[in-house]
Design a binder for this molecule. Structure first.
Ligand code: ATP
Ligand code: MG
Length: 320
């Protein structure tokens, strides 16, 4: 999957990722959930000399501590009850390639010490093993927490933090690169249309405005889910406003409406409906710092309608 972006900050991060890919340096990828950390880890592997060797990912948060230890480091036969045969860990399996440690902040402090040893010595001790095995593995770690905060709170080893953080790639959240919503959405629309044997007929401007106005707490993964559902429910292969099920949309609009505070009176003698509408639009624009997309979504009108109204106001000398 290609990393799509028009954002210069993310482009810089991708360039850096490609540049450091060739080295063996350990890389820490930070970013909120769903920002594309695994995608970037994959890219690094693809651009490295290890590309024909294994790329193995393990999620440190999803596996209980004991199991994580045996999964990572492997074990010898008889090392513990149930160890009926010996087993290589992920480090050995990834030998010559890349090991992705997802959500590394969730790793137990005791295992962190073992991980540090692998990074420093290039040696893995299987549980119950007599001698260490040499491994050559490029480690990429990801976290959606601030790791230096974890160090400060004592839940993450400082020495390990520095070992992992040789190169730091921080992925900006989607709400800080709202320009990406358009290209990523359209791409997902095409992908999911194909997957569902539908002919894609585009997306209405209202629907796109809603997508661009959302703040995407779940980032690209959330966007992907919203688009998949929209493609499944949409008619004639065209995505409309009503096909989008975005959780906080209603609340957000309600909040917005309740805070257009400068509207002292709705109506008084002499005021026309147009005057009132104009007042509401001006207040809404102020509230949204002049952002027309957000204003149009909050008012439930299309951007084109909003634009037309604004140009009508200009004709009577009101500039908003
Ligand atoms: N810039 C992008 N362009 C296209 N697709 C993207 C982009 N960023 C993320 N995606 C897609 O969004 C989904 C989530 O990305 P990914 O799994 O890499 O995120 P993550 O940061 O690892 O998430 P988590 O913290 O939940 O593990 C994937 O399907 C990925 O392909
Ligand atoms: Mg991930």
């Amino acid at each position: 999957m290609e990393i799509l972006t028009v954002d210069y900050k993310l482009k810089e991060v991708i360039e850096l990722a490609k540049t450091v890919a060739a080295s063996k340096a350990t890389i820490l990828i930070q970013g909120e959930s769903g920002t594309g950390k695994e995608l970037v880890a994959n890219l690094i592997h693809q651009y490295s000399t290890r590309v024909n060797r294994p790329f193995i990912a393990i999620n440190c948060a999803a596996i209980p501590e004991n199991l994580l230890e045996s999964e990572l480091f492997g074990y010898e036969r008889g090392a513990f009850t149930g160890a009926v045969s010996s087993k290589a860990g992920k480090f050995e399996l990834a030998n010559g390639g890349t090991l992705l440690l997802d959500e590394v902040s969730e790793m137990d402090i005791r295992l962190q010490a073992k991980l540090l040893r692998v990074i420093q010595e290039g040696e893995v001790d299987r549980i119950g093993g007599r001698k260490p095995n040499l491994v050559d593995v490029r480690i990429i770690a990801t976290t959606n927490r601030n790791l230096s905060d974890c160090v400060r709170h004592g839940s993450f080893r400082e020495d390990l933090f520095y070992r992992l953080n040789v190169v730091n790639l921080t992925l900006p959240p989607l709400r800080e690169r709202i320009g990406d919503v358009n290209i990523i959405s359209l791409n997902f629309m095409k992908i999911f249309s194909e997957k569902n044997n539908k002919i894609f007929n585009g997306c209405s401007s209202e629907a796109m405005a809603v997508l661009e106005a959302h703040d995407w707490p779940g980032n690209v993964r959330e966007l992907e889910n919203v688009i998949e559902r929209a493609i499944i429910t949409c008619k004639n292969g065209r995505v409309e406003f009503s096909d989008l099920f975005i959780e906080s949309r209603k609340n957000k609009n309600e909040q917005n409406k309740s805070t257009y505070s400068n509207l002292d009176k709705n109506w008084e003698p002499g005021k026309t409906l147009n005057d009132i509408e104009r007042n509401v639009i001006i207040e809404a624009l102020k509230y949204h710092n002049g952002n027309r997309t957000h204003t149009a979504v909050a008012l439930g009108i299309s951007i084109r309608t909003l634009r037309n109204k604004i140009s009508d106001y200009k004709k009577i000398g009101i500039y908003v």
